[in-house]
Design a binder for this molecule. Structure first.
Ligand code: GLU
Length: 293
């Protein structure tokens, strides 16, 4: 399970599959990574047995395993972590002609809050709750998918779009190249409190110079993209997937600019709240990254 085709999850899935499928003759594993609705949809598909693995935000992983948030009262106890990937800042982009300069300025505007099932939709609910906002605080709260929202911004159907996503990515590139648009900071005491209270959130900076018309760095907060599976997926399968990625790590990092700064030691520790899948653990022990059990 991945995400929209203009996001980074799609490239995570395609990249993993490309490496896994180089070994199909020996492993008998065939990997496909279709576009999906995002984090929450992926975890639900794994829980239902419709998918074996998927990409999910670290907040979604935490909530699913513990039965909180979108998964209130229904902990997915068989959820297993595999590794984390790139950081995902909570990203707000507004048309320059909208007058939006801060997150508080979104009030009364037309805002795409994301498709239900996506990570951004869930994280936006958390931020709105922290601010005491409801949907009726917006002139319009649309639920377009990532692949549709940049065009909607360009066509002046919305004033701002929201995406929890790695940078740089095609979606924000599309948004900022079709219309004069700005990345908006997401800061303030409510955000500080969220970061303070939740282990899966951290302060984040989107560097300047990645997108047209956005030369300065922008402060926000964010999560990590993580790769997850179920305890029901056999150890050999997870082992082969992890091996395909980390035996070819330089090649993997070259497949998307958002992967450029990935480091193995961070990927097997940060953003993981569900237990590691034993198939992944075995590979990490073989590499000497984890003590032998
Ligand atoms: N973070 C988004 C989600 O959980 C997806 C981002 C992407 O596709 O790169 O739905």
């Amino acid at each position: 399970g991945t995400g929209g085709q203009t996001g980074v999850y799609y490239v995570v899935g395609q990249s993993i599959c490309r490496l896994v499928n180089r070994n199909t003759a020996e492993t008998n594993l065939k990997c496909t990574a279709p576009s999906t609705g995002g984090s929450v949809a992926n975890i639900n598909a794994i829980k239902a047995g419709d998918m074996d693995m998927g990409v999910a935000q670290s907040d979604a992983q935490f909530n699913a395993y513990n039965g909180l948030g979108d998964f209130e009262g229904e902990p997915f106890e068989k959820l297993r972590s595999v590794f984390s990937v790139h950081p995902e800042p909570f990203t707000v982009v507004a048309r320059a002609d909208s007058g939006i300069e801060t997150f508080a300025d979104l009030k009364g505007k037309r805002v795409n809050i994301g498709n239900p099932g996506s990570g951004q939709y869930s994280t936006m609910q958390v931020v709105m709750e922290a601010l005491g906002w409801t949907m009726s605080d917006f002139a319009l709260a649309s639920e377009l998918k990532p692949a549709e929202q940049s065009a909607a911004l360009g066509d002046n159907k919305v004033d701002a779009i929201i995406y929890t996503v790695g940078h740089p990515n095609g979606s924000i590139q599309e948004a900022t190249s079709t219309v004069d648009a700005r990345l908006i900071p997401v800061t303030g005491p409510e955000i500080d409190a969220l970061v303070e209270a939740n282990p899966y959130y951290a302060k984040a900076t989107i560097p300047g110079g990645m997108y047209a018309g956005n030369d300065s760095a922008v402060e926000t907060f964010g999560v990590k993209a993580t790769f997850v599976t179920s305890a029901d997926v056999p150890d050999e399968v997870v082992y082969e997937v992890v091996k395909a990625v980390f035996d070819n790590f330089d090649r993997f990092k070259g497949l998307h600019p958002a992967f450029a700064n990935l480091m193995e030691e961070d990927m097997i520790t940060q953003g993981l709240s569900a237990p590691l899948h034993p198939g992944a653990e075995k590979y990490y022990q073989e590499r000497g990254w984890l003590p032998a059990s």
